[in-house]
Design a protein around this ligand. Structure first.
Ligand code: NAD
Length: 544
């Protein structure tokens, strides 16, 4: 029993390490990377704390070296999914009754383990499994995940402190119960931190979770499970399954105890899941919470007053870091005619300095795209653009999958603002630019708002406050994360809560208290100290 109102330790964002030549962190990371590349491990499912193996194994290879095997992932079936549900339900009672400071302590311990002994393990695993360079792995798998672990504790504390008013003779209380049943977390390949947080946010609030990671993130998923075990997370609180989506959905979405979906991935998959949940709605004990963060077609608009170097840097970092495989990646760019000559010159000369290749070589800014399907899709977009009259490739356009899935960073110039690559998410290192007449700035803002179904991130570059105000107003619903004079990627937990609307998701803002609220079902308790002993109110009495 808790015998005090505890305050939590002070919480700050994790500083990003530099990985500069000869730094301690660089040496440690290289050592860990080489060890992982030179051994082959098993990636079993983990149900109720037990490692579950299977005869069906999938080879896991780095996207930048696809013939080299680093692990075998054990693929389960519907029986394993059923076991995972049982494990969730069995673990639930104890976990929800574990007082919040102990749940929080496990999270804070995991954050410190990740900042220390696990840092280079998770970074190396993310570099190998998802082809991220050292910096991209550090800001995702280490810093962002440490921030999620710590700040969620702060948000929980704030939520639990929010209590209703009480009048004389009454004490009103609010309890933030976890959902009844279990939560299904379906996670994407592109951020180790997001994958972990989709499980951890519901778990901190007292829920238990079935975690189905992307087939392309199973190696770093194993390190997360190791970390949480070391931090003391009880068995059965997170149950990791590897299976086809069909097997998992069939069992989970037909289960009466299915209480919520925490999804990040493509819009198409999210919509199909929503439909299936809707179809099954009368089977469930409660209305399931559906939280999904999905695709983006993120923009940068430069106003004629913008600084050219700043715009070029934002295009390169925003568009090509992690091969454009961030949901927030800038992929449609609007430049005023008066600036184009200068921007083009600077952009092309900077692009020529970008190196593409294996993340083990720290000089590579761009690495491989995630898998063969993605490589083939991007290749066909480039091939089409090469033939198309509406498009001109002004940089890049080469590809090579002989060793890894490498796509050269590519810039397309189009004279059609509704060209395919201005509208549809590609999820690769391809950026499309449209030139507008300076006097059409406002018209172009309206065009941006209507061009794509998505509304995730976007940026305006300008030194003119009037232009900034106009863009902020006209683009009100075009992005859930809007940037003024900054690239549209790189949201930080607690600083820029993340999520978009329209086809980009339910906008439940990961990295803020708003997301945690989706994983609780509050109970209001009214306690009356001296209850009335007679039903008759005074108004019932006659005037005498
Ligand atoms: P994806 O949709 O292909 O897969 C996401 C997850 O869904 C994976 O675990 C996959 O196995 C699973 N899945 C696929 N089909 C399924 C089905 N029918 N039923 C259940 N699960 C199914 O996405 P991805 O390629 O892993 O990730 C890229 C996508 O994620 C992009 O569209 C990107 O914009 C989006 N994303 C969005 C955010 C955000 O915060 N808005 C963040 C990261 C990624």
């Amino acid at each position: 029993m808790t015998k005090a109102v505890f305050s939590i330790p002070s919480i700050n964002c994790e500083p990003v390490k530099s990985y500069s030549p000869k730094s301690k962190e660089r040496n440690e990371l290289i050592k860990e990377y080489d060890q992982m590349m030179n051994r082959v491990i098993d990636l079993p499912m983990i149900i109720n704390g037990k490692k579950i193996t299977s005869k069906k194994k999938i080879n896991i290879s780095p996207p930048h070296n696809h013939k080299h095997i680093v692990a075998y992932c054990h693929y389960g079936n519907q029986k394993d999914v059923k076991k995972a549900i049982l494990a969730c339900l069995e673990a639930k009672q104890n976990w929800k009754d574990t007082s919040w400071e102990h749940r929080a302590a496990i999270f804070l311990k995991a954050a410190d383990l990740l900042a220390g002994p696990y840092r280079q393990k998770i970074n190396a695993a993310t570099m190998i499994n998802q082809s991220k360079n050292a910096h991209q792995a550090e800001i995702d798998a280490s810093c962002e995940l440490i921030d999620f672990l710590k700040f969620n504790v702060k948000f929980l504390n704030e939520i639990y402190s929010k209590q209703p008013e009480s009048s004389n003779g009454v004490w009103n209380r609010m309890e933030y119960r976890p959902l009844e049943g279990f939560v299904y977390a379906i996670t994407p390949f592109n951020f180790t931190s997001i994958a972990a947080n989709l499980c951890l946010a519901p778990v901190l609030m007292g829920n238990t979770v079935i975690w189905k990671p992307s087939d392309s993130q199973t190696y770093s998923a194993k390190i997360i499970m190791d970390l949480l075990k070391d931090a003391g997370l009880p068995n059965g609180v997170i149950n990791l399954i590897h299976s086809t989506p069909e097997d998992a959905n069939k069992v989970i979405l037909n289960s009466p105890e299915f209480a919520g979906l925490h999804f990040t991935g493509s819009t198409k998959v999210f919509k199909s899941l929503w439909k299936e949940i809707g179809k099954n709605i009368s089977k469930y004990t409660s209305y399931p919470r559906i939280v999904g963060e999905t695709g983006g077609k993120d923009f940068i608009i430069s106003h004629r007053s913008a600084n050219v170097d700043e715009v070029v840097t934002a295009i390169i970092r925003g568009g090509f870091e992690y091969q454009g495989q961030k949901c927030s990646a800038a992929s449609r760019i609007y430049i005023p005619k008066s600036q184009w000559a200068k921007i083009e010159k600077k952009l092309i000369s900077e692009m020529k300095t970008i190196k593409v290749g294996d993340p083990r070589d720290f000089s590579n800014f761009v690495n491989a795209v995630i898998h063969k399907n993605s490589f083939n899709k991007l290749k066909s977009v480039i091939k089409k653009a090469k033939k198309d009259k509406k498009a001109k490739i002004i940089f890049g356009g080469e590809y090579d999958d002989s060793i890894g899935y490498f796509i050269e960073p590519t810039i397309i110039l189009t004279n059609d603002p509704n060209y395919d690559t201005m509208k549809n998410e590609l999820f690769g290192p391809i950026v499309t630019i449209y030139i507008y007449n300076d006097i059409d700035f406002e018209k172009t803002l309206r065009l941006i708002d209507k061009t794509s179904d998505y509304a995730l991130t976007g940026a305006i570059f300008s030194k003119d406050r009037e232009a900034i105000i106009k863009a902020t107003n006209i683009l009100e619903n075009a992005a859930g994360n809007f940037y003024i004079n900054d690239k549209p990627t790189g949201a930080v937990v607690s600083q820029q809560p993340f999520g978009g609307s329209r086809a980009s998701g339910t906008n439940d803002k990961a990295g803020s208290y708003l997301n945690l609220l989706r994983w609780v079902s509050p109970r209001t308790i009214k306690e009356t100290f001296v209850p009335p002993k007679n039903y008759k109110y005074s108004f019932l009495k006659k005037n005498s």
